[in-house]
Design a protein around this ligand. Sequence first.
Ligand code: OAA
Ligand code: MG
Length: 228
Amino acid sequence: METAEVLELFDGLRVADVRDGMDWAGLHAKGSIGPEVTPLAPGMRMTGVARTLRFRPSEKAVPPLTPEEYTEWAARWYRDIYPDRVGPTIEQGEVIVVEAPDIPVGAIGSNNSLDWHAKGATGIVTSGGVRDTDECVMQGVPIFCRYRAQSMVQGRIEFDALQVPVNVCGVLIRPGDVVVADGDGVIAVPIEHAETVAKYARQELDNDKKGRRAIYERLGRPLDDTVR
Ligand SMILES: O=C([O-])CC(=O)C(=O)O
Ligand SMILES: [Mg+2]
């Protein structure tokens, strides 16, 4: 299925609707990432097709270096050990899904998140940490993460793999799966179930709109997009 088709299928669906669609498809135990992964700021939401990335802890010792030497050494880490492999590959409508080791590193920051968004990513989800968070919130690129972290990657984590099945807090996400995220968290839909899940998610959303619209009308409350 083309990414544009997936985006159309899931357009406007809330995480709650997609969760319901997964249940209708018999996938009760699948897809929902736990409440430890949250949006960086209220109101962030995204839908897209997964492009996956995995980082791993580094076993390399940081040698004794002068601050001047450190500048060169740190640049080399980006060049040789932690190159941005995902940036050049991003296509419009993708969510960047990052499996990161459980160590306090801000592998996602205001720079790479904005760059990936400019290249077409609708947002980012990571099992790891984010830094520059005030700037990330100001920039408004949807980011869903498990924690905030201060440290840079050098001496701590390495690039491991691109476009492999990843584990995000116990949920398997494969390249090409559908990822939907909003204030309720993040859910991943196996691409082979996308049509069925979206169909019944839409049924739930339509029913919900109808029900809430009737309450709005009873209250004389002006209609908004959530009930139209
Ligand atoms: O440099 C990094 O790897 C993370 C970061 O702070 C940014 O992208 O702004
Ligand atoms: Mg930064």
